[in-house]
Design a protein around this ligand. Structure first.
Ligand SMILES: NC(=O)c1ccc[n+]([C@@H]2O[C@H](COP(=O)([O-])OP(=O)(O)OC[C@H]3O[C@@H](n4cnc5c(N)ncnc54)[C@H](O)[C@@H]3O)[C@@H](O)[C@H]2O)c1
Ligand SMILES: [Zn+2]
Length: 368
């Protein structure tokens, strides 16, 4: 399923034991995807000293012992609240107590909250130590562990303090995904659909064929799903390492309305669910502009339904609009939105607020 249109190529090297290793151009991260990878951390990454592990109160007890010898273990509280300066400070204290020097390495063992917080600790401890991401949620495996963005939140807003610090290795062990709650798991599925709709239609076809097995969490299917999404995310990030070239913006498909739904509902809408509703609104805009065929619009609706991902806007435009206006991607008063296109990769286009209001209203009305 390699994309012939991109100029940079990804190496997918299947190893004898079934794991897949991905590398992309000069991007400094290697990604390993497969089953039973955690116990082989040292072997795969060539670690020569025991790592310091940052996990959370769920992932530490569940998975830390699989990683073998360690220099220390710090378990964050679970949830978004743990992405804070206080957590960062507590991690520094533990790193000092464990005597972690410039050779590190720090392992982030958990979902995006652990990955972002431990990643920022690794970026700043002694001006930066090697980082290995061991993502344990589907969202982290297909998205947050790859690309080098690390951050914590402030009371003033999300991700306001951060750094680019790409992991040397991302080890995505799909066996970890078995213990996720259904609701958490589907947040990652929504991001996977985003890669199909926005990046490669051949992956969208594959998702349609494998949706039920993915929902059942068949490990071989999850292995392919995570490897394909990782390949696409690596390719985008390698083209735009520090998010200055506008290429990474493509990964925001569905996010303008998604973020607005999350914030406007007081986070009753979860991130992936919001992105799914946002993809429907973006697709409706594409449909109206003749960029997307009716048939592809219906396919998206069906796939999200099969995957049991809520995707109908259930709030009035007046409630969502103030949060859309806070979105940073505006050009002369009109939001810039990522719009999907049949047979092609998505594109970043200017959309009028009127168009967006109508598309949201139609989506809220349940009109297909
Ligand atoms: N850095 C990036 O590029 C990037 C991209 C997208 C999202 N993010 C960030 O990621 C975060 C969301 O990540 P998330 O959805 O992984 O949430 P999360 O890290 O909060 O994990 C969700 C819950 O699942 C639990 N959990 C983790 N792995 C588990 C497992 N295998 N089995 C059972 N329970 C498990 C965790 O303890 C937590 O309670 C947000 O803070 C978001 O800002 C970052
Ligand atoms: Zn997202």
């Amino acid at each position: 399923m390699a994309d012939a249109r991109g100029q940079v190529t990804t190496t997918i090297a299947p190893e004898a034991d079934g794991r897949v290793i991905l590398r992309q151009g000069t991007f400094p991260t290697s990604v390993a995807v497969g089953e039973g990878l955690l116990p082989r951390l040292a072997l795969i990454t060539g670690l020569d000293s025991p790592p310091f592990i940052v996990a959370d109160e769920i992932t530490g007890p569940l998975f830390a012992d699989f990683l073998g010898r360690r220099r220390g273990l710090f378990n964050l509280p679970r949830g978004e609240g743990a992405k804070s300066l206080d957590s960062l400070s507590a991690i520094y204290t533990s790193l000092a107590a464990a005597g972690v020097d410039r050779s590190g390495p720090v392992v982030a063992l958990g979902g995006g909250v652990v990955g972002d917080t431990a990643g920022l600790a690794a970026a700043t401890w002694m001006r930066g130590v090697p980082l290995i991401q061991c993502p344990t949620t589907l969202l982290a495996q297909v998205d947050s562990a790859i690309g080098g963005k690390t951050a914590v939140n402030l009371p003033e807003g999300k991700n306001l303090v951060g750094a680019f610090h790409p992991a040397q290795w991302v080890l995505s062990d799909v066996e970890c995904l078995r213990s996720q709650s259904d609701e958490d798991f589907r947040q990652g599925l929504a991001e996977a659909v985003k890669y199909g709709l926005g990046e490669e239609w051949s992956f969208f076809d594959w998702l349609e064929e494998n949706a039920r097995s993915a929902l059942r969490r068949s490990l071989p299917v999850l292995g392919t799903l995570v490897a394909e999404c990782s390949r696409m995310k690596l390719a985008v990030c390698a083209e735009d390492e520090r998010e200055t070239g506008g290429v990474r913006a493509r990964l925001n498909l569905g996010h303008t309305v998604g973020h607005a739904l999350e914030a406007a509902s007081g986070y009753r809408w979860r991130h992936g669910d919001g992105v799914a509703a946002g993809m429907m609104v973006a697709s409706r805009l594409s449909l109206r502009r003749g960029l997307l065929r009716e048939e592809d619009f219906s396919r998206l609706d069906r796939l999200l339904t099969t995957l049991r991902i809520p995707h109908r806007v259930d709030m009035a435009w007046e409630e969502i609009a103030p949060f859309v206006a806070r979105d940073k991607k505006f050009r002369s008063g009109a939001p810039l939105m990522v719009l999907p296109r049949s047979d092609e990769r998505c594109a970043l286009l200017s959309v009028s607020l009127d168009e967006l209001r109508e598309a949201c209203a139609e989506s809220a009305g349940g009109k297909l």
